[in-house]
Write a protein that binds this ligand. Structure first.
Ligand SMILES: Nc1nc2c(ncn2[C@@H]2O[C@H](COP(=O)(O)OP(=O)(O)OP(=O)(O)O)[C@@H](O)[C@H]2O)c(=O)[nH]1
Length: 306
């Protein structure tokens, strides 16, 4: 079950920064290694993508009419599931619209339905160097989104370096590193990266404890727990209240005593919600948060199963 996990790369970055250019590069790098990537594109208002950009022979799913965010997370989940059922591929390259918040996309990718199928490699954020020099013209909301995209990256591409002076490049690098000092940062033109650059994105095991980024001190964490035994619902609800740190999101299927099938469980903004299921679902619970003690949470959940 552990082998043949599909690597998932998420391409983020503001509108026009060079994400599609990067997607093409990544496809090329995969092909050189005789690997088949599946492509998941999410475009606002684009009916279909140029066939030159993604070859016809690659598995492709498109999410049109909106951005990958809370409103269409379910759709993204079903697209991923469809790809898994119907296509043969080695990895998934997800290009989000420039208006997507990366955490919400991770949230959809970290579905308990396929937690054991994927290895989330991380977010590659493309920053348009010229755009960055003019960032004073953007609204605070757009600036905030750009900062979020940079903050959560495992790899940052400072792209379009051909359009700004070396002095400006140096200044931008400093600014980006002050937002995210842990990520590897490379300067690119037309999003050209090497295989080597990808290797700096540390693989993230997805079956037990998953971190969206690698080091302990990095803020955003995601983990998966797989239930073996049944648990008491009151105990579980008490446990939710007791979790240390900030939990942004939990979702999964929880096997409660007295219930025939695991219940669908969603938690966001402090609100737990349960939905009965009428069939057996994978008993995975995904937790995404900041400053959470993952080994402790796993131990607590395991104890609840006794
Ligand atoms: N001069 C220059 N142009 C670039 C570079 N990278 C991309 N471009 C151009 O910038 C435009 C946008 O590039 P894309 O790769 O489509 O960017 P994107 O982020 O996918 O764009 P959206 O899908 O609209 O968000 C295209 O016309 C590219 O040819 C670069 O490094 N230098």
């Amino acid at each position: 079950m552990l082998q043949n996990k599909k690597a998932v790369y998420l391409i983020s970055g503001f509108l026009g920064s060079g994400k599609t250019s990067l997607l093409k590069q990544l496809i090329q790098l995969h092909k050189e290694d005789h690997l088949t990537p599946a492509i998941l594109m999410n475009e606002i208002g684009r009916i279909s993508i140029d066939s030159n950009e993604v070859d016809d022979d690659l598995p492709l799913a498109e999410l049109l009419d909106g951005c990958i965010c809370c409103t269409i997370q379910d759709k993204l989940e079903s697209q991923l599931q469809e790809l898994l059922f119907n296509e043969t591929f080695d990895s998934i390259l997800i290009e989000t619209t420039g208006a997507a918040h990366p955490v919400q996309v991770i949230d959809a990718v970290m579905s308990p339905l396929f937690a054991s199928e994927f290895e989330f490699k991380g977010i590659i954020t493309v920053v348009d160097a010229l755009q960055w020099t003019k960032k004073g013209e953007y609204s605070p909301q757009v600036l905030q989104l750009m900062r979020e995209q940079i903050k959560h990256a495992s790899l940052i591409l400072l792209n379009k370096t051909d359009l700004v002076s070396e002095m400006n490049q140096g200044m931008i690098v400093n600014e980006l590193q002050s937002i995210n000092s842990k990520s590897k940062l490379i300067l690119t033109s037309h999003s050209k990266i090497s295989k080597q650059a990808l290797k700096h994105m540390m693989p993230v095991p997805f079956e037990q404890v998953t971190k969206v980024r690698v080091k302990e001190e990095l803020s955003l964490q995601a983990m998966v727990h797989t239930f073996i035994g049944k648990i008491n619902r009151n105990d579980f609800e008490d446990w939710i209240q007791s979790i240390e740190g900030t939990v942004y999101r939990m979702k999964g299927y929880v096997p409660f005593s007295g219930e025939k099938y695991p219940m669908l469980f969603h938690y966001s903004y402090g609100m737990p919600v349960f939905f009965p299921e009428d069939m057996t679902m994978p008993k995975n619970l995904v937790i995404i948060g900041e400053g959470i003690n993952q080994p402790k949470i796993l131990e607590q959940l395991r104890n609840l199963e006794k």
